[in-house]
Design a protein around this ligand. Structure first.
Ligand code: BTN
Length: 246
């Protein structure tokens, strides 16, 4: 991972550049990193706040030979790699909220955006975008993010070395990805579950089609969240914002 690095001072979105590179045939493990994004993209068409010099804004190109339905597994794998890297470089012990939020003290530290390029029903490439708030001060965040976002510097009380963190993320990712390719999703699922805060809790899942409340009883083999509703039905949640209730 990271043998080919495209470093840019400013881009619209590292995702956009990574998509272009992937279309042009960039090798698996190629990364795009930028100091700043003018149109950072979040999930569900949101904007991702990406100020200069204080975060990690990075996209990683993968070319796994897996069916499209299994690509959510890679988001969960990326979340585990980032948590392990943060634990290695800082004193923090982050939690993962399904599918892809990494939180410390209930506030969001990291967002992951997985996007696909497909050929028929096969994966052409997967672009994993990682946004990590590293050295922002609290008053650095726009007002609408003040109460819900945080950074490593705020939580750990000291700044972290972004280059070291990137290096650790790529190292951890590579180990987990090789494990995944050789042994499948099971070992990754176990690791992910050990960091997950939403499991066995009552959660509200807000999807594009409305809200659903239930107990998050686990994830299935594709990385999809399983929600047991009051009526006892098990619903599969493919994409949603999750609020953990109790
Ligand atoms: C989320 O909404 O939680 C996902 C946020 C993902 C942000 C990262 S920053 C690097 C990459 N480039 C983007 O435009 N988005 C992702």
């Amino acid at each position: 991972m990271g043998r080919h690095i495209h470093f840019e001072e400013e881009v619209t979105s590292t995702q956009k550049i990574a998509h272009n590179l992937a279309s042009e045939g960039a090798e698996e493990g190629t990364i795009v990193v930028s100091e700043q994004q003018s149109s950072g993209r979040g999930r569900l068409s949101r904007v991702w706040y990406s100020p200069k010099h204080t975060g990690i804004w990075m996209s990683l190109i993968l070319r796994p030979q897996i069916p499209l339905s299994q690509t959510p597994q890679l988001t969960l794998l990326a979340a585990v790699a980032i948590v392990q890297a943060i634990e290695e470089v800082t004193t923090l012990k982050p939690d993962i909220k399904w599918p892809n939020d990494i939180l410390v003290n209930g506030k969001k530290l990291v967002g992951i955006l997985t996007e696909l390029q497909a050929e028929a029903d096969r994966v052409h490439s997967v672009i994993i975008g990682m946004g990590i708030n590293v050295n922002h001060d609290q008053d650095h965040f726009p007002t609408d993010l003040q109460d819900i976002a945080t950074s490593i510097a705020i939580e750990a009380g000291e700044k972290a070395d972004r280059a070291e963190l990137i290096q650790q993320i790529l190292l951890k990712f590579e180990v987990l990805y090789n494990l995944y390719l050789s042994k499948g999703f099971k070992p990754i699922k176990l690791l992910w579950e050990s960091y997950a805060i939403s499991l066995n809790k009552t959660v509200v899942a807000r999807t594009l089609h409305g809200s659903l409340t239930g107990k998050a009883i686990g994830i299935n083999e594709d990385g999809v969240l399983l929600l047991e509703t009051e009526s006892g039905n098990i619903e599969k949640i493919y994409s949603a914002d999750i609020e953990v209730k109790s």
